[in-house]
Each structure stands twice: as structure tokens, then as C-alpha cells.
Design a protein around this ligand. Structure first.
Ligand code: 26Q
Length: 847
């Protein structure tokens, strides 16, 4: 049915017994099919004669969107009537990935959609692959924001996300013989079926200009350029609940008055459209940075654009939800509004809220400060000094003159109070102040502004929060001992197990005799008692094998490399960064390869066959990261084509790592590497995703690894490396020439230097691993120190894998111990301990 050749336009034909009729809410497959057909025929995006997988995807997505819109309107109305305290999550990044499986899965209507598509001659699995990832983020921080939205919706919390609608998301990575090249990622090439433009929600955002003092003494920011922020809403459905919240993404626009028709008619096209072009730049691209200090004015404009538009919207809603005709008191604001800053990127929300309250609403300083500090909370995601945002004071004065007045005043009051009440901190105040007035390079320290102005500051894993308190923010802790909290990150079990790994999910549901684990992940501990059960183990092994086969097929499709599903699948996927130590991984692989080459065929046959997969994007200007990508590819090219060795070892670089690729890799993984230098990875979240899918971890005591190991048991974790408190001394020793390298480490480096993997100049990269050289910082990331214990841990992995029963047991125990890492747990803690908000479920109406 449906496939035959018709008029030369499309191979797929919609069967004539399926009328094109709108049935937006029916749950019956034939009516859903009609509704999909209706969208295919009447949506203005494609010719109605086409019903290829691509058109089928858009029509299916639009039919799912019909349901979401209904729930989403009901949710908005319900929140409006109930008037609860609401959280606004401000983030420069969201890594949403694909939305179709998630939407119909959360609506619990997946099977009916699969049936409906069958009737239309398509397969659901094929259709969902048509969707482009929405990659409006770089990595962990952006994906965390997306997991949080899923949990907020699922927990029925009155909460919203705010972000920017970047025209181009994170770049597409292509691998050539020269390594990585970057291409623009055109996620809106056709259109996104999930966003709803809100032409009625527009706010002006000003840049530049100056501060005017009015006759009554009030201050007002005037002139400069004014750009319009237009809202696009993406509905975020909760799992098996009516609650559907919003991710509001702002787009920058100039308005018609800004178009100088006179100039245009005079042939001055560029100047006539000057503001239009200025507006277009703001949301043109996501800023691709995980560390590097770079790109100035435009990034700052983006940050302010997000903050100003979002706060105007929040204030508008606060005023709109009044009690009858009685206007709200401003003192009520913090009991109605919680604003969470996802890192320092939206710090300007602080002076912007102060400005709106004082200059627009007429509040005095003290009242505005009280309201602001009680509303705002800040999450830190890094301790790397180069990733702590600092903005040039002169750039800030130029772009945001009123905000700089306000920041200066916040700083002055803070310094005054510390100096008058805490003489013991006198010698610390220079590092604690918000303004760094170093005449060489005066800057605003955004993290300090956040700490001073927020009621709560949190880290993202226990170790990270401890380091923040002991180190980065130690002086503030002595002033505000209760301001600092930990909120260990989490991941949504819907996307990261239930939907990406239905095979394993069904086994879990069968053995737990309930699917409640999907919203109560702690129930997974009940798998522990079956960890030795042979039936469970054999079901577990087949589910893993199915996912390994799918992964092998994927790798073949995208790289042409054929990998053996019977080998140990070992994966490291994350942004390429020296502190994450992909270099340690590849040096280990190089050493393994060299030893395999030296072995007799008999000895080789006794080794554990391994497929090492490494994926991740490198920031284009981060030279060493780019070199690491090249090295992994070069090692792979040699190893994979070496007939002596390639049935025992393969090394694959997985191109263009993103959310959808992760959804294929993680379920098929058996070992994953989380091997950052201790103290440097704030949390990590992919470690949680792997663990949840029954993958074992080789890792350092860093970030959330520490807690994962606690939960699943030390016996089930391959630990190695220095601990965070040993790191400073080891670095000193290294500088002082006290470090004695392990011969295996020297051998691996020497093998690369010998040209075994080609003639590319790897010296700068390898020199970064040496002490006191011109390059790098003298093995700052301690690859050399950790190499021997890493290799020992890898040998234990090889041994453990030989004992299939033991490995399966460890795998089951990994899943069983992952309950803590649900983002539902994380978000419940934020709701209770930071936001002070409560669930506001939309009632299910009868009939
Ligand atoms: C900073 C200044 C200027 C321009 C860009 C940036 C910038 C942009 C993105 C700085 C950092 C980022 C992203 C950071 C990030 O993804 N951090 C990760 O956050 C995760 C969620 O908490 C943690 O699990 C990871 O450990 C952390 O690396």
C-alpha cells in the first residue's frame, strides 16, 4: 500500500481510503493518519503531490504539534489562573536535539503514530530520522538546560526556559584528510515545525546611547539603537502529564520605521537597512566557546538581548497577573518570580532588573536591590580560570552605560560594607570586588557580580561545589555561609533511556513489573537483586547486542569502517578539550597498537578485541583540540587497515557528534571514558547517560564520577589517576623537574614521533605533554602522571570483559545504581531548595 509509482513526482502515494481531514486530538491510528494527510495536503510548505519521508516527517510533526498546542494553551491558562510562583531559566544555550520521538513518547501515543504511518506507507523509525537536530548549544551546559526543561514539565512545575533563536546552531563537523572542517548548521533550512512565532510578544532592546538625568533627578537610558525582540515559543511536553511548558526563544528584528525608504530610493541600500543588518547579526550564530577568551561585542550584545527581552516579559506577566484590579506590590515579586542564571552568560539580568525597577517602575535603590537579590540565583559550571567571564569596562560603558552605573554602585556598596564590617578581609577585597580596576585591563568580573547579587549560588556536582567553596568563592563563604549549595546534575530518563533504548527499557519494565521507573528512577535499585539472574543477564546481553549492531551499522554508514559487534565497544564522546584528555585515550590506543604489533599471533588471539570510538567537536581556534582530532583520525587510518591487528583493535573517530548521534552511541556502549584531570570537570553528564544504559566507566575521581562510583559501587568502576587535592603538588613537582615518566608513556609518544601515523607535525601537541617547554604549560593536565594508572585500569577492563557473566552483572548494577542521576531529582531539589516553587498540575477533565 502506498508505495507505487504514480505521476513521477513521488514514490509514496497516500492511499485513497485515508481522507485529508483535521482530527487534531484523536488517538485512533486511522484518524491520526487522516490528520497527517491533512497537514501534508494543506500545509503551505511543500507541494501536496509529494509524500516522501521528508514531507511525511513535517506532516507528522505538525500533527503532533496540534496536540502540544492544545495542552500548552491549557497549561498557560492554568498557570495564569492559579498564579503560582514561577521559575524562569535563563540560558544562552539549549541542545534540544530532535523532538518528534520525545513529543509522541511524552504524549504516550507512540504506537498509534507508528500504526498511522504504516497506513500511510512509512515507518516511524525512518521518519524520525528526517528531523534535524536543534543544536543551539555547545555541550554539557546546553544539554543540561534541555534535560531540565523536560523534568520541569514532567514534574508539573510552573517554569519556563528563555533563550535565543540562533539562525545557525553549533557548526557541522566534517572530517577530511586534513582533520576537522567546520560548516554552518542550517537547522532552519526548511523550517522548524515546533516553534510558534508570537507576533504579539515583542519588546524593544536598546544598545549604546547615554544616560539622561531628568528634571526630577531620575536617570533614563536614551538614544543609541533599539532592536525588537520577537518571541518564538517551543512547546515542551511533560511525560504522561497535560503540563506542556514553553521554551521561549528570542529573535532580533528591526521594525519598519527603522527602514529608511528615502535612503533606499536614493540607492543607499546598505545604510537604509543598517539597523536591519545589525539586528540580523545578533541571532546569526551560536557562540562556540567552551573556554577560549574571545569574540567581544557581539557576544555581549547577545547576552544583553536575552536578558533584557526575558525580564521585560517576566515583568509584564507579573503585572498582568494581578488580583482583580489591585496592582501587584513590587515586594511580592520574589514570591512570584525565581530567575535562574545558567552560568554567568545571563549575568546582565541583574543590572537590567535593577534598571527596569528603578528607571521604569520608580523603585528606590534599596527596594530594587531587595527584589533583585531575592529573585535571582546563579549556577556555576566551571572552575577553569580562562572560562570565567570578564568583560572590558570600556566596552561595557559604550554598549550599556546605564548598566555600568548600576554595576559600579553595586560594587561600591559591596566593598564599603565588607571594609566596614570585615577588617579581616581587607587584603582580599581586591579579588572579591566586581570591578577589576587594573589600569592595564579594567574588567567586570561576571562571576563576582553573580555571587554578590544572588540569593543562592550552586555547583553542579558535590566535588565541584566543594571546590567552589574551598577555592574560587572561599572569601564569600565567610560572609554568606548559607548562600552556597550543591545541585548534582541529572539527565532525563525519557530521552536517555526510555526512548533511545526501548529494548533495555522493556526488559527493565518486565523485571520491575512496572514502568514507573520512567518518572521515579530510584526504582532501578530493585534490579540489584536480579543482577546474578541468568535469564535477566541473557535478555540484557541480547538488548546490548541489538544496540551494538545498530551502532556498527551507523559507523559503517558514516565512516566506511566496519567494526565487530563482538569486540568491546569503548566510547569517549564530548567536546574536544585538553582537560578532558582525549589525548590520554589516544596515547593509550597507540600503546595498545604497538604492543599488538609486537605480539605473536597466538598471544594476540588471547587479547580482548576492542573498538575505540572517539567523537566530539573542537572549537576552530583551539589549535591543540584541532590537532587531537587529526591525531585520532590518523591513528584510526593506520590501525584499521593493518591486517595483522585490525581484528583486535579499531580506532574510529565518530564525525559530527551531536544529541542524535549520542542517542545511537550510548545504548551500544560497554565501556566509556570520563578521564578528565581531577578537579577540572565540573560534573559531566554523559557519564550518567552511559551508566544508565548499562555501560561501565573508566574514570578519574572528578565531577559526578565520584557520586556515580558511590552509587554503583567501587567494584563496578574502573578508577585511576590523581585525586583533585593531589593535583596542585603534582604540577609543582612537574615544574621542578621531579617527575619521572613511565616508560610506556615515553614509548607511546615516541611511536607517534617516529611517523607511524603519518607526517603531520605532532610535535607541538606532544610537547604540551613535556615539562617546561615553549609550548603549553608543562603537561598541565597531568597526562604523563596518570598514564601508568590509566593503562593498569585498562588492563583490568580487558580481564573483566573476558568473564561475560561478571561483566553483565556489573552492567546491570550500573543501571541499577543510576537512579540518583535523573534530572527529575535535580529539578525537585532546585524547586525546593532554591526556587521555592510547587507543582501546578493541569487537571485532567472528564469526558
Ligand atoms: C564564555 C565566555 C565567552 C564565550 C563563551 C563562553 C562559554 C560558552 C559555553 C563558556 C562555557 C560554555 C560551556 C560550558 C559547559 O558546557 N560546561 C559544562 O557544563 C556541564 C553542565 O553542568 C558540566 O557537566 C560540565 O562538566 C561542564 O564542562
Amino acid at each position: 500500500m502506498g508505495m507505487g509509482k504514480t505521476n513521477g513526482v513521488s514514490k509514496h502515494e497516500i492511499p485513497s481510503d485515508i481522507p485529508a481531514e483535521a482530527h487534531p486530538l484523536s488517538e485512533e491510528p486511522s484518524k491520526i493518519a487522516s490528520n497527517i494527510n491533512y497537514h501534508a495536503q494543506f500545509s503551505p510548505h511543500f507541494s501536496p503531490l509529494k509524500f516522501e519521508p521528508e514531507q511525511a516527517f513535517y506532516a507528522t510533526a505538525e500533527s503532533a504539534r496540534d496536540r502540544l498546542i492544545k495542552q500548552w494553551n491549557e497549561t498557560y491558562l492554568h498557570f495564569h489562573k492559579s498564579d503560582p510562583k514561577q521559575t524562569y531559566y535563563l540560558s544562552m544555550e539549549y541542545l534540544q536535539g530532535r523532538a518528534l520521538t520525545n513529543a509522541i513518547g511524552n504524549l504516550n501515543i507512540q504506537d498509534a503514530y507508528a500504526d498511522a504511518l504504516n497506513k500511510l506507507g512509512h515507518q516511524l523509525e525512518e521518519i524520525v530520522e528526517q528531523e534535524k537536530d536543534a543544536a543551539l548549544g555547545n555541550g554539557g551546559l546546553g544539554r543540561l538546560a534541555s534535560c531540565f526543561l523536560d523534568s520541569m514539565a514532567t514534574l508539573n512545575l510552573p517554569a519556563w526556559g528563555y533563550g535565543l533563536r540562533y539562525r545557525y546552531g553549533l557548526f557541522k563537523q566534517r572530517i577530511t584528510k586534513d582533520g576537522q572542517t567546520e560548516l554552518p548548521e542550517d537547522w532552519l533550512e526548511k523550517f522548524s515545525p515546533w516553534e510558534i512565532v508570537r507576533h504579539d510578544v515583542v519588546f524593544p532592546v536598546r544598545f549604546f546611547g547615554h544616560v539622561q538625568i531628568n528634571p526630577d533627578g531620575s536617570r533614563e537610558w536614551v538614544d543609541g539603537e533599539v532592536i525588537q525582540a520577537l518571541a518564538y515559543d517551543v512547546p515542551i511536553p511533560g511525560y504522561k502529564t497535560k503540563n506542556t511548558i514553553s521554551l521561549r526563544l528570542w529573535e532580533a528584528k528591526a521594525c519598519a520605521e527603522d527602514f529608511n525608504l528615502f535612503q533606499f530610493n536614493d540607492g543607499q541600500y546598505e545604510s537604509s537597512l543598517q539597523l536591519h543588518s545589525s539586528a540580523q547579526q545578533i541571532c546569526a550564530v551560536l557562540y562556540p566557546g567552551d573556554t577560549t577568551e574571545n569574540g567581544k561585542l557581539l557576544r555581549l550584545k547577545q547576552q544583553f538581548f536575552l536578558c533584557s527581552a526575558s525580564l521585560q516579559d517576566i515583568i509584564f506577566r507579573f503585572k498582568q497577573r494581578k488580583d482583580g484590579n489591585i496592582p501587584r506590590q513590587w515586594s511580592e515579586f520574589p514570591s512570584k518570580v525565581a530567575v535562574q542564571l545558567n552560568d554567568t552568560h545571563p549575568t546582565l539580568a541583574i543590572p537590567e532588573l535593577m534598571r527596569l525597577l528603578m528607571d521604569n517602575e520608580g523603585l528606590g535603590w534599596d527596594e530594587a536591590w531587595d527584589v533583585t537579590t531575592r529573585a535571582i540565583a546563579y549556577t556555576n559550571h566551571t572552575v577553569l580560570p580562562e572560562a570565567l567571564e570578564k568583560w572590558s569596562q570600556s566596552v561595557m560603558w559604550k554598549l550599556l552605560p546605564r548598566h555600568m552605573e548600576i554595576i559600579t554602585e553595586i560594587d561600591k556598596r559591596f566593598v564599603e560594607i565588607v571594609c566596614s564590617t570585615r577588617p579581616d578581609l581587607e587584603d582580599k577585597i581586591n579579588s572579591m570586588s566586581i570591578l577589576d580596576n587594573n589600569p592595564q585591563k579594567p574588567v567586570v568580573r561576571m562571576a563576582n557580580l553573580c555571587v554578590v547579587s544572588s540569593h543562592t549560588v550552586n555547583g553542579v556536582a558535590q566535588l565541584h561545589s566543594d571546590i567552589l567553596k574551598a577555592d574560587l568563592f572561599a572569601n564569600y563563604v565567610s560572609i554568606w555561609p548559607t548562600k552556597f549549595q550543591n545541585k548534582t546534575n541529572g539527565i532525563t530518563p525519557r530521552r536517555w533511556l526510555r526512548f533511545c533504548n526501548p529494548e533495555l527499557s522493556n526488559i527493565i519494565t518486565k523485571w520491575l513489573r512496572t514502568d514507573e521507573w520512567v518518572t521515579n528512577l530510584d526504582l532501578l535499585v530493585n534490579l540489584r537483586k536480579f543482577a546474578d539472574n541468568e535469564d535477566l543477564q541473557s535478555e540484557w546481553a541480547s538488548a546490548k547486542m541489538a544496540k551494538k549492531q545498530r551502532l556498527a551499522k551507523y559507523i559503517l554508514d558514516v565512516t566506511g569502517v566496519s567494526i565487530d559487534p563482538n569486540s568491546l565497544f569503548d566510547i569517549q564522546i564530548k567536546r574536544i578539550h585538553e582537560y578532558k584528555r582525549q589525548l590520554l585515550n589516544i596515547l593509550g590506543a597507540v600503546y595498545r597498537y604497538k604492543k599488538l604489533k609486537e605480539m605473536s599471533p597466538e598471544d594476540r588471539a588471547k587479547t580482548t578485541p576492542r573498538t575505540i570510538m572517539i567523537g566530539g567537536k573542537a572549537f576552530a581556534t583551539y589549535t591543540n583540540a584541532i590537532r587531537i582530532v587529526k591525531l585520532v583520525n590518523d591513528v584510526g587510518a593506520v590501525v584499521n587497515t593493518d591486517p595483522e591487528v585490525n581484528s583486535y583493535l579499531k580506532v574510529v573517530f565518530v564525525p559530527n557528534y551531536n544529541v542524535s548521534v549520542a542517542e545511537v552511541l550510548i545504548p551500544g556502549s560497554e565501556l566509556s571514558q570520563h578521564i578528565s584531570t581531577a578537579g577540572m570537570e565540573a560534573s559531566g553528564t554523559s557519564n550518567m547517560k552511559f551508566s544508565l544504559n548499562g555501560c561501565l566507566i573508566i574514570g578519574t575521581l572528578d565531577g559526578a564520577n565520584v557520586e556515580i562510583r558511590e552509587e554503583i559501587g567501587a567494584d563496578n568502576f574502573f578508577l585511576f589517576g590523581a585525586t583533585a587535592d593531589e593535583v596542585p603538588k603534582l604540577r609543582k613537582d612537574r615544574e621542578n623537574g621531579l617527575f619521572k615518566p613511565d616508560p610506556r608513556f615515553e614509548e607511546a609518544k615516541q611511536f607517534i614521533r617516529s611517523g607511524a601515523f603519518g607526517t603531520y607535525d605532532y610535535n607541538p601537541l606532544l610537547e604540551s605533554l613535556e615539562s617546561n617547554t615553549g609550548y603549553g604549560r608543562g603537561d598541565y593536565f597531568l597526562v604523563g602522571h596518570d598514564f601508568p594508572s590509566y593503562m593498569d585500569a585498562q588492563a583490568k577492563v580487558d580481564e573483566a570483559y573476558k568473564d561475560k557473566k561478571k561483566w553483565l552483572k556489573m552492567s546491570i548494577l550500573s543501571t541499577a545504581g543510576s537512579g540518583k542521576f535523573s534530572s527529575d531529582r535535580t529539578i525537585s531539589q532546585y524547586a525546593k531548595e532554591i526556587w521555592n516553587i510547587e507543582a501546578c498540575p493541569v487537571p485532567f477533565k472528564r469526558g
